[in-house]
Design a protein around this ligand. Sequence first.
Ligand code: AMP
Ligand code: MN
Ligand code: MN
Length: 335
Amino acid sequence: MTAAEDDWTEAVRLLSSYDEVALVCHVGPDGDALGSMLALGLALRARGTKVRASWGSEPFEVPAAYSSLPGLDLLVEAEQIPEAPGLLIAFDTGSTDRLGSLADRVETANDVLVIDHHVTNTRFGTVNVVDERAAATAVVVVELLDRMGLPLTAEIAAPVYTGLVTDTGSFKYAATTPEVHVLAARLLATGIRHDIISRDIWDTAPFAYVQLLGAVCSRAVLEPAEVGGLGLVWATVTGEDLERFGLALSDVEGVIDVLRTSGEAEVAVVVKSDPADGLLKVSTRSKGAVDVGAVCAALGGGGHRFAAGYTSADDTGTTIARLRAALATTPHLPV
Ligand code: AMP
Ligand code: MN
Ligand code: MN
């Protein structure tokens, strides 16, 4: 269900009744989380609002792919988000646990505005603008800007474009509707360097990443009989891998994109060890015949139908065994 007219009206009202706002996005921010947050942050600041933006996970470091985005000066460390904000705005976040150390601000804030597109969104705000049909949270932000009558400048268009290309996999995923291309055209017309934005996201990595890919992919396991015969491919990125190649968890987000090219497997899984908490971060992707979002939700996580994840406190063997079992009984969708 898309956001109701009343929700949009309430959101616009909230945004015009505070002259100071705290923006937060999900832990381990991706291009959409960061891009949608910075885009609205820049627009509000240009209008004269005091803006602080952050996320509740360590390390507090902007991933290299997004380090040239405008608006990074809006970012503050999580502790600098006020204990009891007037208005808290959460971006690309389906549930409060995805806010990590900043989840408590949902309780202490006077108002909470949730801006999102996850099907699994729990509507934890006092006002929720959740459009499950939107390809990215950044799309929802643009609609909000339009409704507020705020201009979509090149500075704002760059982070919006970042969210849009990230969540559509460079306009390749099924979420790429005609509206997505219309919005992309509008963004390009502002004069943004979309070529540099895309290169930073997709085509730039340290040499060590290329070497890590080799090590990780050489250990990948293909199990054609799993997922009810549709096939599973999985790999692990261990703490030792990260240490050996000198990489952070945010540097290895793209491993799943290489793994899922395996034609023999409907579902691809990457199990990553998070050095910050020792827990396993599980990334899953399907090609359209399996709802991995539902599978991950049942395992305590969430996401979208064909791209989802969860956190596991088990060891790798147990984690994969439980996931295999869940995937074996999940219904196959018509493709
Ligand atoms: P990732 O595999 O980390 O790129 O995440 C894919 C999708 O699943 C994104 O939309 C995430 O927001 C969502 N997701 C990943 N991990 C979790 C989690 N622990 N809980 C809820 N959603 C998640
Ligand atoms: Mn996201
Ligand atoms: Mn998103």
